[in-house]
Design a protein around this ligand. Structure first.
Ligand code: NI
Length: 253
């Protein structure tokens, strides 16, 4: 089966239709999805979805966009939610210097504190990184993540990928690898060690070709995987086996 390692079924656009979306995913051999959270409400919705559907696991955490909402009350909620059986990761957390919706100093502080919280909770970490490569590497070097961690929707260079792999990170590819102008990203796919790769849709965002412009959903993760297989020259059945094993190992599911 394919595993979509990063979805937002907790997003308003998908939440109400989650059942049908998951039926379509299953029909296309996408057997498991991991829901990523970005604030308190999406964390709670993710846990609800995971408790409702067998094939949904979830993460909890606060996106850098909302870093200014962080505090002790939020941390207590995360600890409470993380005690649920199907919470298998912490995130997405990190830095976003593209939108700068929270001040950078606040983003950094909150990222570091959530790394500590994830370590305390023994959860793997889903990292969001946009136009913040330098500070990202500095923080990861100074604040080691004790479990697994993944650079979700990877968007950097081959050199940045190598630094991430050196730090023990997994690299997750999303719809952009299928885009026509993604020459640099395809080079990254080619160079990334196979045992470090996972795939995701990040739905409802980043719909892969040939469906760009439509709402994304987990069934499309196969299009991302097919592109990875094509770039690396690996037969699809073999890739399916490897990616499933990588994802299960990463999330311990
Ligand atoms: Ni996301």
């Amino acid at each position: 089966m394919w595993i979509d390692t990063h979805v937002h079924l907790n997003d308003d656009r998908l939440y109400e239709q989650a059942q049908n979306i998951l039926i379509r995913a299953q029909a296309d051999n996408v057997g498991l999805v991991v829901n990523a959270a970005y604030d308190l409400e999406s964390s709670i919705k993710g846990v609800d979805l995971a408790n409702t559907y067998d094939n949904v696991y979830t993460a909890v955490g606060l996106h850098p966009h909302d870093a200014k909402d962080y505090g002790d009350a939020f941390k207590d909620e995360m600890r409470r939610l993380a005690s649920q059986e199907k919470v298998v990761a912490y995130g997405e957390i990190g830095l976003d210097y593209h939108y700068d919706l929270s001040p950078r100093e606040v983003q950094k502080e909150v990222f570091v504190d959530q790394i500590r919280l994830a370590n305390e909770l023994s959860l793997p970490v889903i990292i969001h990184n946009r136009e913040s490569h330098g500070d990202m590497l500095e923080i990861l070097r100074e604040n080691p993540i004790s479990g697994n961690a993944v650079m979700h929707c990877f968007s950097g260079s081959v050199e940045f990928m190598r630094e991430c792999v050196k730090l023990g990170l997994y690299i997750s590819f999303a719809g952009p690898v299928t885009f026509k102008n993604a020459r640099k990203l395809r080079e990254v796919v080619l160079e990334t060690p196979l045992d470090r790769i996972m795939v995701e849709t990040d739905c409802p965002y980043l719909t892969p070709e040939p469906y760009r412009g439509k709402t994304n959903e987990p069934r499309n993760v196969a299009l991302v995987a097919e592109k990875v297989g094509e770039i690396k020259g690996i037969p699809l059945e073999e890739l399916e086996r490897v990616l499933e094993a990588n994802s299960r190992k990463f999330f311990n599911i």
